[in-house]
Write a protein that binds this ligand. Structure first.
Ligand code: 5GP
Length: 208
């Protein structure tokens, strides 16, 4: 029985560990992720086409004009966007797709597809978030402060999400998110073929 996949958005503060958890979800459970385009410079070790498509601002703006993004947003001075097309292609193949994107983009996706599962991930505390960003060592202190200020601004959007997951531990957080998606798939609206088969099967008991 071929079924359309489920689309999940995972948002959360920069440094909450979303990236690591999403990598685990791919490795352990075979979720598909979309590779975003960004105008941010690659961090050491990041490869074009793997972590992101690294593009110029001009190219990014051109792609917006061509309607080439499912969603796009600016985040702390750089643009980020999900290329259109790929996500639908994967969902149509029955794959469950995860978008690891910030809140403005998350809301755009939810607007276009109200049946998207919306998950918000937070680290155990604000202090822990600051330490993680400092220890990651990929941004200077000015950029870290901007990301922390942005984290506070993003708290305003939490109510637009369905689920909140605290990332105390990568493994537990990975399992929590997988459980949410597995349960989502049990909803009647994703199981119309099963529902029809049940009705057909029980019709034999119909009172005549
Ligand atoms: P980073 O620079 O740390 O890789 O990402 C910064 C923020 O941008 C993160 O919150 C990340 O989830 C978000 N992000 C990554 N790709 C996209 C995208 O395609 N669209 C949107 N809206 N946000 C994205």
């Amino acid at each position: 029985m071929s079924r359309r996949g489920i689309l999940t958005v995972i948002s959360g503060f920069s440094g909450s560990g979303k990236g690591t958890v999403v990598k685990e979800l791919i490795k352990k459970y075979g979720y598909v992720v979309s590779v975003s385009a960004t105008t941010r410079a690659p961090r050491p070790g990041e490869r074009d086409g793997i972590e992101y498509f690294f593009v110029s601002k001009d190219d990014f703006l051109g792609k917006i004009r061509e309607d080439g993004f499912l969603e796009h947003a600016e985040f702390v001075g750089n643009y980020y966007g999900t290329p259109a097309g790929y996500v639908d292609e994967m969902l149509n193949m029955g794959k469950d797709v995860i978008l690891e994107i910030e809140v403005n983009g998350g809301l755009q996706v939810h607007e276009k597809r109200p049946d998207t599962v919306m998950i918000f991930m937070v680290p155990p505390s604000a202090e822990e978030l600051k330490n993680r960003l400092i220890n990651r060592g990929t941004e200077d202190i000015d950029k870290i402060n901007k990301r922390l200020a942005r984290a506070y601004e993003e708290t305003e959007y939490i109510d637009s999400y369905d689920y909140i997951v605290v990332n105390e531990n990568i493994e537990e957080c990975t399992e929590s998110i997988h459980d949410i998606i597995v349960n989502e798939k049990k909803k009647i609206r994703y199981n119309s073929e099963l529902k029809d088969a049940i009705i057909k099967d029980y019709k034999r008991f119909e009172r005549r």
